[in-house]
Design a binder for this molecule. Structure first.
Ligand SMILES: O=C1C[C@@](O)(C(=O)O)C[C@@H](O)[C@@H]1O
Length: 180
């Protein structure tokens, strides 16, 4: 993940099943040298948005990225998108440093927070391909769609099946810059 001054940030994903365990893992991530933690809300066995986000964000030792990944994009959340996006908006309002939303719902989400984004908040728009790494042309179109959807940070996850796939991902990163 790229930092505000274009330096690389190390982000550790927290995938514990309870808030208590996630809080412990945050401390571990910091001790291990992480710069950012990703709170994967979809991994929590039970989740009460206001109460749990308050606990997870209040005393966080590191900047937090909040993700609530639906099944249809490889996550664990099976409920409806209205509740999911409401929780992500709430995370932003409660001080999350970053929120990650999937490209498919990004335009709707970005519109819903337009004019309300806290100054330092960044919206990550993500796309996942768990089978392959597309051609440079397809990746280029994907970057453009993500930028148009309102991303502050472009995130593309693909699956490398060949060593040349990695080279393409480095190439595409040059085009991922979004003016801040
Ligand atoms: O988007 C991603 C990618 C990921 O799902 C992976 O499988 O690498 C891991 C997630 O925590 C993250 O939000």
């Amino acid at each position: 993940m790229a930092g505000r001054n274009n330096s690389t940030l190390l982000c550790v994903s927290l995938v514990a099943k309870t808030v208590e365990e996630m809080l412990i893992d945050m401390g571990r991530a910091k001790a291990a040298g992480a710069d950012v933690v990703e709170i994967r809300l979809d991994n929590l066995a039970a989740f009460s948005p206001r109460q749990d986000l308050e606990r997870l964000l209040r005393d966080r030792p590191l900047p937090a990225l909040v993700t609530y990944r639906p099944k249809w994009e490889g996550g664990e959340y099976e409920g409806d998108d209205v509740k999911r996006l409401d929780a992500l908006r709430l995370a932003m309002e409660m001080g999350a440093d970053y929120v990650d939303v999937e490209l498919k719902v990004a335009p709707e989400f970005a519109n819903s927070i337009a004019g309300e984004k806290p100054e330092k908040f960044k919206l990550i728009v993500s796309s996942h391909n768990y089978e392959s790494t597309p051609s440079m042309e397809v990746l280029g179109d994907l970057v453009a769609s993500i930028q148009v959807a309102g991303a502050d940070i472009v995130k593309i996850v693909t699956t490398a099946v060949n060593i040349t796939d990695v080279a393409r991902m480095f190439q595409v990163m040059v085009h991922c810059q979004v003016s801040c």
